[in-house]
Write a protein that binds this ligand. Structure first.
Ligand SMILES: NC(=O)c1ccc[n+]([C@@H]2O[C@H](COP(=O)([O-])OP(=O)(O)OC[C@H]3O[C@@H](n4cnc5c(N)ncnc54)[C@H](O)[C@@H]3O)[C@@H](O)[C@H]2O)c1
Length: 365
């Protein structure tokens, strides 16, 4: 029998836990053998969940790498602006790595990471998880096969629903570049831009991006847009609690959304009751605050990007935070046909030119 890959979790938060769960469902494939996290609560929870030896649990990367290499790989699930800082000593210590996105938050960091990985002959796999979905793999196979002809344009959009927008990019950890190191376009939609470039790699001449233009802004948030009479916390002093779409009560208590973020302040204190949660939102939980009171710096809630490719093709992408439903759409137009689909529905149609038909095209799902 093959031995499982052994891995150390660095930044043992939500995402690292998502990947580490594979070790429970497929113990023959993955075994978690170490944890690095400065948060003692998180370290203890993950140590017990994955049955990790206490001597392999570390407060920081320095302590971890000074032990010498004792696993095959690292799963780096730290927050955005710690990705490169934590990765460099780990690569230097000889580990291959699964690294969360965005793998760097600026160009200098990006170059440093790439150079270090090359210099130490290490592999870094970035968690651009969309690439591995059935939907985008199938879309790419239509580009690769050449049936759409030469790709003229790729139009893509991502709609981030209002409660996701509020929990992550207003109340949450990704609210401002100052806080997490990445503006919303990079934090949320690096996946989509990656998909566009990855799809174009499959196109006939494998064109590279040569020019980029982009603009966006904050349309909905900030103190100047706060409704008259709104309070500071939904469940403490806000008369609009029952009508506001961002109500903490409606979204986190009644509808039980985003538990991995909202109840983090209560982690390690036993199973919280409804009353514990209500008290937390009414007092010191950041997810209980009014969405219009946050300082988001210069962060956007919508942004559009145009990319010009070396063969003259164009890619456009629009991210809009605040839709009713989250949705990613794609429309690829080539010289022989087109593909149009929606990721959330896992459906797309392919249309090819057919001059002899009534419509002028043939369509199939
Ligand atoms: N691929 C995806 O689709 C996807 C989805 C969501 C989030 N993410 C990314 O995953 C990353 C983590 O997000 P999360 O919600 O799991 O965050 P999290 O806050 O739950 O986890 C981060 C962990 O890192 C620990 N930490 C802090 N400083 C550290 C240090 N110096 N060394 C080691 N550990 C340290 C924290 O204590 C925490 O436990 C982010 O970069 C986010 O953008 C990716």
């Amino acid at each position: 029998m093959q031995k499982p890959l052994t891995a150390v979790l660095v930044g043992a938060g939500n995402r690292a836990d998502v990947y580490a769960r594979v070790s429970l469902s497929h113990p023959d494939k993955l075994k978690i053998v170490g944890i690095v996290d400065p948060d003692p609560v998180r370290r203890g929870l993950m140590r017990d969940k994955y049955n990790v030896d206490e001597q392999n649990c570390f407060e920081n990367v320095g302590e971890f790498v000074s032990r010498g290499r004792f696993a095959d790989a690292v799963i780096n699930g730290t927050m955005d602006k710690l990705h490169v800082k934590t990765s460099l000593p780990i690569l230097e210590a000889g580990y291959d790595m699964l690294l969360e996105k965005p793998f760097a938050v600026n160009e200098a960091e990006m170059n440093e990471l790439v150079m270090t990985a090359r210099c130490h002959n290490r592999r870094v796999v970035v968690c651009h998880v969309l690439r591995y979905t059935d939907f985008y793999r199938a879309v790419r196979s239509h580009v690769d096969s050449g049936e759409l002809g030469d790709i003229i344009s790729v139009e893509m959009c991502e709609h981030v629903n209002y409660h996701h927008m509020a929990v992550s990019y207003v109340r949450g950890k990704w609210r401002s570049e100052e806080m997490c190191g990445a503006p919303m376009l990079l934090a949320k939609s690096c996946h989509d831009i990656d998909i566009m470039l990855w799809l174009m790699k499959g196109a006939a001449s494998s064109p590279s991006p040569v020019f980029v233009s982009s603009f966006g802004g904050d349309f909905q948030f900030g103190p100047s847009r706060k409704p008259d009479g709104a309070g500071t916390r939904c469940m403490a002093d806000c008369p609009l609690m029952n009508e506001c779409i961002f109500s903490a009560k409606a979204n986190y208590l009644d509808a039980v959304r985003w538990t991995q973020y909202v109840w983090k302040p209560l982690e390690g204190k036993g199973e919280p009751t409804y009353e514990d949660k209500a008290r937390s939102l009414a007092t010191d939980n950041p997810y209980g605050r009014c969405v219009w009171d946050f300082d988001r710096g210069a962060n956007v809630d919508h942004q559009s990007v145009m990319i010009s490719f070396s063969n003259g093709a164009v890619g456009t992408f629009s991210m809009t935070g605040g839709s009713a439903k989250s949705e990613r759409n794609i429309h690829i137009v080539g010289t022989r046909g087109e593909l149009k689909g929606t990721f959330e529905d896992s459906r797309y149609v392919v249309r090819t030119m057919a001059p002899s038909t009534r419509t002028g095209y043939e369509e199939r799902e």
